[in-house]
Each structure stands twice: as C-alpha cells, then as structure tokens.
Design a protein around this ligand. Structure first.
Ligand code: OAD
Length: 264
C-alpha cells in the first residue's frame, strides 16, 4: 500500500517486511542512534534532546577540539561512556540479535559507539564509527585498557577530566570513536561495503541517513535493485526509495518482526 505520495512505498507492517524478506539468506542491518534511543542513549539530531542540539560538535568531536581542550573533550566522552555502560539493550536489540538464527548471515553495521548490539548478543557487528570502549593514545594509536578509567569516570562524571597518558609513548589517551574530519576504520569499511554488495536485503534502523559515508551503504543495495527496509518513526532522505518504510520505533518493530519471522 503506498504511503503519502511516495509511489511504491509500502506501509510498514511486520507482514509486509516479512514478505519483502522472504527468501533472503544474507541480510545486513544498518543502525543509528535511534536504535539506542529507547535504551536511554540520546540521539544526535533530535531538535530537543539530540546531542548536537545541546553541544557543538566542533568543540567536542574533532581532532582539533581534542588538541585545543583535551580535558573538556575527554570528560565529555567519559560521561557518554558511563551512560552507555549503564544503558541496557532494549527488546528490539535482543530481537535483532535473535534474527541471526533466521538468516544464513546477518551482519549488523552500526554507527553507534555504545556497544549495545554486542551486549544484546548480536554475533556479527561492524562498528563504523568506532567504540566508546576502545580507548587509544592520540599520537600512535596504542590501545589503552578501559578498566583503569572506570574509577575515574565514577569520580568525575560531569566536568573536564585530564586524559591519562599512554604508558608506551606518553601521549594523551583519547576515545576510540571517529571524529568529524577523520577516516572510518579501514577493516570496518571493507566489511560493510562488501556485505552491501552481496546481501539479499538490508534493514536500515534508527538513522537519519544524513551522515556520509555511512549513509552510502544503503545506496549500494538500492543500486543493485535489492530491497531496503527502513524502520524509523520519521522520514529521512532514504524513505522515498525504501521498498518498505515502517514508521515505528525499533523497540516495537523489531520484536514484532522477529515473532513473525520465527513463526514462519
Ligand atoms: P541521528 O540523531 O542523526 O538520527 C537518529 C534517527 O533515529 C532519526 O531519524 C530519528 O527519527 C530516529 N529515531 C529516533 N528514535 C527512534 C526509535 N525509537 N526507533 C527508531 N528510530 C528512531 O543519528 P544517526 O543517524 O545515528 O557520528 O547519526 C549518524 C552520525 O551522526 C552518528 O554516528 C554520529 C553523528 O554525528 C559521529 O559522531 C561520527
């Protein structure tokens, strides 16, 4: 059933999505901040609660910002890491993890840095924008064990925090996330792009589809003429070209979809 003026755009229901996925053996799920919204992790672009509505990314999420004010940037990421660790994956996360049993391959390609897909049990996850837990030194990329930061995060959750020094080279430790102006991790890009080139279908869940290069992953599947299914309460630039748009929250849609697919 068409939705609004978008020809060919089906009204999203578990049945419509299940029908679109019929016969698919390899599936990629691309996720964004909306996936974690119901776990209490804020999105970026929500007009009221989004991180970039409340904070200036140029002051917090660039290598220049870290060089200029490492204490402010490190403290902010330590706070986000603490919140992510306290968050629990919601039912939609667990349902998506369970779909790994339904397909031959289900690769999750996430822009999120909160680690919730892994904690929910998804066995195959590519983190395109890095991870809040993967601390490393700024100069040489030496890994830095997060364990030592737990006590620090507990003591000073809100204000500036001086980044610890790398025990190998002495340079300041930074979060292992991708900042604006930086390249995506090469291995993650290779895996995600190759999966998009070969998958039977793609789910795109909780992303505004505005940030490139991540937003170009569904474009590959569209170009190949394979179905792209979007789960998002709001429209995005991808919506008019999705085979199915399911205007629902991830925590509602994914358990319903999993129940439908497990019953098939
Ligand atoms: P955005 O904040 O741009 O978009 C979140 C999307 O999730 C929006 O389209 C919402 O409509 C949707 N949404 C909100 N709640 C939802 C729910 N419960 N279920 C399903 N969808 C929901 O976040 P991203 O698209 O992930 O990058 O942003 C992409 C990148 O921009 C982030 O990875 C980050 C940011 O700058 C870096 O920091 C490098």
């Amino acid at each position: 059933m068409p939705v609004g003026d978008d020809a060919g755009l089906a009204a999203g229901t578990a049945d419509a999505v299940a029908a679109t996925l019929a016969g698919a053996r390899t599936v990629v799920a691309v996720t964004g901040a909306g996936m974690s919204q119901e776990s209490g992790v804020p999105t970026f672009r929500d007009a009221q609660t989004g991180l970039w509505a409340r904070f200036d990314p140029a002051e917090l999420a660039t290598p220049e910002a870290f060089r200029r004010d490492p204490e402010r940037v490190f403290g902010w990421y330590l706070r986000r890491w603490t919140l992510a660790r306290r968050a629990e994956p919601h039912a939609g996360y667990r349902a998506l993890a369970g779909l790994a049993d339904v397909f031959d391959e289900l690769l999750v390609v996430t822009q999120n840095v909160d680690g919730l897909h892994r904690r929910a049990g998804s066995p195959d996850v590519v983190e395109l924008h890095g991870s809040l837990e993967a601390f490393r030194c700024a100069d040489a990329g030496h890994p830095f064990a997060a364990d030592g930061l737990e006590a620090l995060a507990g003591r000073v959750p809100d204000g500036p925090v001086a980044p610890p020094r790398c025990p190998v080279c002495g340079s300041p430790v930074r979060p292992g996330v991708v900042w604006f102006g930086e390249g995506l991790p090469g291995a993650a890009v290779e895996r995600a792009w190759a999966a998009a080139e070969s998958c039977d279908a793609m789910l795109v869940i909780g992303t505004s589809s505005l940030v490139f290069p991540a937003a170009s992953v569904p474009e590959i599947v569209l170009r190949r003429g394979r179905p792209v299914i979007e789960i998002n309460p709001d429209r995005t630039p991808l919506t008019p070209r999705a085979r199915v748009w399911w205007p629902a929250r991830a925590g509602d849609a994914l358990p319903a979809l999993a129940a439908r697919l497990h019953a098939a």
